[in-house]
Design a protein. Sequence first.
Length: 353
Amino acid sequence: SLQCLSMPVECTGGCGQSARIKRAKDSRPLCENCFVAAFEQDVHDTIISTNLFTRGEKIALGASGGKDSTVLAYVMKTLNERYDYGLELILLSIDEGIKGYRDDSLQAVERNKIEYALPLMILSYKELYGWTMDDIVTKIGKKNNCTFCGVFRRQALDRGAYRLGASKLLTGHNADDMAETVLMNVLRGDIARLERCTAICTASGGEAQLPRAKPLKFCFEKDIVMYARVKNLDYFYTECIYAPNSYRQFARTFVKRLERTRPRAILDLIRSAENISVKKEVAVPTLGLCTKCGYISSQSLCKACLLLEGLNTGDTTLGVRKKVTKNPEPSNGGGCSTNGGCGCDQDNQTVDF
């Protein structure tokens, strides 16, 4: 790993041990124990400083089996016990129906369920929508598949958390994800999403007005990977087979280049968006509820219902094709209900939660 130190250096954590890790967030050389302690303390400080939870809450943890969600589950269980948050934690996984990817990653989630002694609910696209992602790709090809998957997965997570009776849904979005989202919204000129995309907790709406929270908001991706390795966490490594050419991937590459030159650029992008103030005269979408399924939407029908209608009728461009008007109104298209707070890209493709 790029974070490992090759030359002997004293740990800056004050323990007197030799440092073996260079922390990505602030470049501090730390031993493994001090690195773990600093990482967990950062997450705890974020939770406390933002009053993220109320004692007695039931919390759904979005669990994909990837590094971010696995670290999220482990850290939340650890901190909940250490600091007595008084939270009831439940793992929530979505099976998109992608053979050779999601079926394998869900095996990691099943192992986490046993190791962390946490209950698990798994919801599938097939159950909710009547389609798997493999079915959808067979129908439409790979050009717009991330649009379908992102919209469906986001709604599926909300519906799963609602079924569990959760008061919040936690996702594993990290600082890199947030910086990428800020950059994409700047490049698109999407003021509505830019204003809210860095919020640590965003109300999702829909059936339960369910808030989404991101406790790893200020954790660098490299530090998350190192934490998972130091703690020997069991997670799934492979990227989705349908995602390599997404719009987010281009933003991710650019942010990684910025990080190599100046690591603080990631946090600076987040802080910049946090400090943006939108003028009152700037039009933002008015959110209501889908007349068909009751999910939050800026249109009469939400993006998921439009996409499903297209699949079921054979008009696979419905909900995908872009309408061009002389004076377009800003809109989230009925898709991303947090105006970018979920970390999705223009086509609503979500990252590892």
